[in-house]
Design a protein around this ligand. Structure first.
Ligand code: HEM
Length: 543
């Protein structure tokens, strides 16, 4: 330090300027030297030092990927540079087996990111599941999360919650309709964001937040309680995290650059608030359990996620694991539970909202598909259009499931899945060293004409007609990823979306307010439906 001071104090401004300029030039020369001598050069835009491509500052990264994918003519692999990191983008089904298989071939690519960004600053490097970069911690958290969530996925509970919340929400919609008009116009994406937050809250804690109620009261200009405001702030913090989480991957060296610093600081404040709330919830439940005079009531496979996480590997665990790896057999700490709860809220809310909104959009643009869906719903519920939808009903809603899958094919909410290699490996026909970031461009594969006829056409028969299902190319469709990092909430997500689609089309005629308007989307790590205005008209027989 003192040497630097001596040099600087003896130098004039011009010398400092020349030195700085020389250093920058050297850095640029080194950057491009490394770029042009890189291993396995692939087509892709020329990167800018430190930044990579300016497109990362745009709101819809997916639109950029989609365009690049087309211009690379479906060669199956191209490359990009984002924030100084080289990324190999895969768009062929044949090449993704290595990452998405459930066998040992995917073990070389188990991490999701390079971890040269700010994960540790946000205390995510060793926490939770989704962004966890520490193999042992990830394995433990994933094991316990899976153990807690899977039993719930085969009970009636998730459908019950959807029925309950839909009843509340649809009553508000009916109340909001104009007196002289039968219908109501709403931005369904805003309502559904609250719906899924209230749902995940019920699923994880057994307690409902009040965000649907808050939103209704805001529209009606009615008084809101402190509890409602707290719920709203809580979901606001989830939205902030989801919409700006690319900031976690900014290289450490850029952390204090002017615009980046304010975004990082804002996100830090947001995460601290979010973590604080979650820890509060965990501690409160522990306290309730400790003070309960009947601890046995907590020993159930139908527990909410939080209770299951607390009792996992304790004497109260209803499904003690005997043969598992010993490192997986300890109880979780409060901080670990907080990390997993964080994942449930972040990974479970926006993904589901957006897939649901996209389904409404495509159904409105495809009246024949909508007709077939409504016919299926009518055939399952016959004349009883008001009874709650059960887990058993969902089994019969096969076309409904095909609609959801087709929606995710043409417009996946998670359009990119990443993997970071820990060992050298052959991928997409090239030999790669370790520490390479691969992006499986799901939307590119899902709409690749090599595997799909008329790929842009919305046609749920692809997932309904047994012949079409039989002819599907392996790995040509992925909605929930695959292999050891496959989505942990996939079963619950399907339950929510099927129940919701059946409930809404059973009760309302759903139309887009503006059929000419394109989908309003924005992609950070997931594709978000920013707004979707629909007109809901109660179906005659149920009013
Ligand atoms: C339509 C709804 C959903 C979609 C499309 C979706 C999609 C995905 C995808 C593509 C991944 C990455 C998988 C991979 O890397 O191979 C993922 C991971 C994950 N999802 Fe979901 N998801 C949805 C709903 C949910 C829900 C409701 C939950 C929780 C209740 C959830 C929890 C998770 C978790 C914890 C991970 C991280 C797994 C890991 O890294 O090991 N997801 N999801």
């Amino acid at each position: 330090m003192s040497l630097l001071y001596t040099i600087l104090s003896g130098a004039n401004l011009k010398d400092i300027f020349i030195t700085l300029l020389s250093l920058i030039c050297l850095y640029i020369i080194r950057f491009y030297y490394k770029h042009f001598t890189r291993i396995n050069p692939l087509p892709g835009p020329l990167p800018i030092p430190l930044i990579g491509s300016f497109e990362i500052f745009k709101n819809d990264i997916d639109a950029w990927f989609y365009k690049l994918n087309k211009s690379c003519e479906h060669d199956g692999v191209f490359e990009l540079n984002i924030a100084g990191n080289r990324q190999i983008v895969i768009t062929r089904a044949e090449y993704v087996e290595k990452f998405l298989a459930s066998n040992s071939s995917s073990i070389n690519h188990i991490m999701r990111t390079a971890n040269n960004g700010l994960l540790d600053l946000f205390d995510l490097e060793k926490k939770g599941v989704g962004l966890n970069h520490d193999y042992q911690h990830w394995k433990f958290n994933r094991h316990i999360f899976l153990q807690a969530v899977m039993p719930l996925s085969s009970t009636n509970k998730p459908s019950q919650y959807v029925n309950l919340l839909f009843e509340e929400m649809s009553n508000y919609w009916i109340d909001l309709k104009h007196k002289n008009d039968d219908s109501v116009v709403i931005d369904i994406s805003t309502w559904m964001r609250r719906f899924t937050s209230d749902f995940i809250s019920l699923l994880t804690t057994g307690e409902q937040m009040s965000t649907i109620n808050y939103y209704y009261r805001m529209i009606k200009n009615e008084e809101v309680t402190k509890e409602m405001i707290d719920s709203e702030n809580f979901i606001e913090s989830i939205n902030t995290f989801v919409s700006d989480n690319q900031i976690l991957f900014v290289p450490k060296i850029l952390r204090n650059f002017p615009i980046i610093k304010s975004r990082v600081d804002h996100m830090l404040g947001n995460c601290n608030y979010f973590y604080g709330k979650l820890v509060e919830i965990v501690r409160k439940r522990r306290e309730e359990m400790k003070n309960s005079d009947d601890i046995n009531k907590f020993i159930s496979k139908e527990n909410d996620l939080l209770t299951s996480l607390i009792i996992a590997n304790t004497q109260y665990d209803p499904q003690p694991q005997k043969n598992a790896d010993p490192s997986l057999l300890r109880p979780m700490t409060d901080d670990e539970i907080r990390g997993v709860m964080f994942d449930a809220f972040v990974a479970g809310t926006d993904t589901t909202v957006n897939t649901f909104c996209f389904a409404l959009y495509y159904l409105s643009h495809n009246p024949d598909v909508k007709k077939k869906l409504v016919e299926e719903i009518e055939s399952v519920f016959q004349d009883d259009f008001n009874r709650p939808i059960t887990f058993d009903d969902l089994e019969k809603l096969k076309y409904c499931e095909a609609v959801i899958k087709e929606t995710s094919r043409v417009r996946p909410t998670v359009s990119m899945v990443s993997r970071y290699s820990s060992k050298s490996d052959k991928v997409a026909g090239y030999e790669w060293p370790s520490n390479v970031l691969f992006i499986l461009y799901v939307r590119g594969i899902n709409t690749n004409p090599l595997y799909w006829k008329d790929p842009e056409k919305f046609d749920p028969e692809r997932f309904y007609d047994p012949q079409e299902i039989e002819n599907q190319h392996k790995n040509s469709f992925s909605m929930f990823g695959g292999g050891p990092r496959m989505c942990l909430g996939r079963k619950i997500a399907m339950i929510i979306m099927k129940t919701l689609l059946a409930l809404i089309y059973r009760k309302f005629d759903v139309e887009l307010v503006d059929m000419q308007a394109p989908l309003q989307v924005e992609t950070s790590t997931i594709t978000i439906c920013k707004e979707l205005n629909v007109r809901l008209t109660p179906r005659k027989r149920v009013v």
